[in-house]
Design a protein around this ligand. Structure first.
Ligand code: ZN
Ligand code: ZN
Length: 368
């Protein structure tokens, strides 16, 4: 048993730093000393809505501090990235290759806690406490299933590695894994925050022709160009139906519309926006996980358009994390540049405020 500092929430809008006890890993489990944790919009949502007590955080990187019986994937001292969609490897979806929507473990499917390491291992006030997405990375230590860790061989700061496990994977994977962009495809990316910048990186690596970054901020469009965008279109806050944006995109795409458009804003009213920007038989991709009910003009689907909603960039962690690390190592994937600000756990109020007001691409909590 060891004590650790953690960000605890009641899932009713409150959070504070508390001391928790973290036990040893059991069979098939790994104790990770967390070195850095990404800060994500999903953390904010979970703090507001989960209505239960939990350790916050689902984007982490750290060092293996102990392993339970039968763990073969990693050893003590290994540097690891954590993965929040923990596959069981045996269910229907895992056998289909859809590890990210595992029927048994995925917290997203609401199928219980099979992906969680034994619950008693983290305790707050002597009561077992759940960890966000089976991880709870805003804590100095976390015990997770071995399927939740991927070893990192490359020389990379923890602050850059930790963001791979959510925002990078989601943006990059929604392009590379979920679509079949070919050389010369024209692509729109709506929203140039952390996820959008990684969709842009994925599109650039896939050989896209025009990569049109769309945002309300000129500054963010300029940053998007550093990540591979070839063109920028400023959206007006009031142009919720994208009337003007659509015209601008058409001008850039021979009057036809883009081949692909990726929505990365998490703004429910923009759920249909990618459909407005693509050509007939193009593909609209909703990356940000909008879940609200919204109105759709079915004319937007004319004609032969596809609308897909991949989860977590269709992440296969043992395949994708090493690929992302190699791309980083060879200078093709920018990660260091994404981390705009580092915080201590005690500074979370400021961190959430910066994130919610779009002042940063990505914030990261560091523990030492
Ligand atoms: Zn996240
Ligand atoms: Zn499964």
């Amino acid at each position: 048993m060891r004590t650790a500092k953690a960000l605890i929430s009641d899932g009713q809008g409150h959070y504070q730093v508390e001391t928790v006890q973290v036990g040893d890993p059991q069979a098939g489990e790994v104790l990770v000393k967390i070195e850095a944790s990404g800060i994500c919009h999903t953390d904010w949502d979970s703090i507001q809505n989960w209505n239960k007590k939990f350790i916050v955080g689902h984007e982490g990187a750290g060092i293996v501090a102990a392993v339970g019986e039968g763990v073969t994937k990693v050893a003590v001292g290994d540097k690891v990235i954590l993965n929040w969609a923990v596959p069981c490897g045996e269910c229907f979806q895992c056998r289909e290759g859809n590890l990210h929507i595992c029927e048994k473990n995925s917290p997203v499917c609401g199928c219980g806690l099979d992906g969680h390491a034994h619950i008693e291992t983290s305790k707050c006030d002597d009561e077992p406490i759940e960890r966000s997405f089976h991880l709870g990375t805003m804590c100095e230590y976390s015990v997770v299933k071995q399927a939740a860790v991927v070893k990192v061989e490359q020389d990379i700061p923890f602050t850059s590695a930790c963001i791979v496990g959510c925002g990078v994977m989601t943006g990059w994977g929604s392009v590379v894994n979920a679509t079949d962009i070919t050389a010369g495809s024209n692509v729109c990316v709506i929203g140039c925050g952390g996820v959008g910048l990684n969709a842009i990186q994925g599109a650039a690596m896939s050989g896209a022709g025009k990569i049109i970054a769309i945002d309300i901020s000129q500054e963010r469009i300029e940053q998007a160009k550093e990540f591979g965008a070839t063109h920028g279109v400023i959206a007006d806050r009031d142009d919720i139906d994208f009337i003007k944006v659509r015209e601008d995109v058409k001008k850039l795409t021979d009057g036809r519309g883009a081949d692909y458009a990726f929505e990365c804003t998490a703004i429910p009213a923009l759920g249909s926006a990618p459909l407005a920007l693509i050509r007939s038989a193009g593909t609209a991709v909703q990356v940000s996980g909008i879940e609200q009910r919204i109105d759709f003009d079915c004319e937007l689907f004319e004609w032969d358009k596809k609308y897909i909603n991949p989860l977590y960039g269709m992440c296969n962690p043992d395949r994708d994390f090493p690929r992302l690390m190699e791309l980083y190592d060879s200078g093709k994937l920018k990660l260091d540049e994404l981390v705009t600000k580092k915080y201590q756990l005690e500074d979370m109020e400021q961190a959430f405020d910066d994130m919610l007001n779009g002042r940063i691409a990505k914030g990261v909590v560091v523990f030492s």
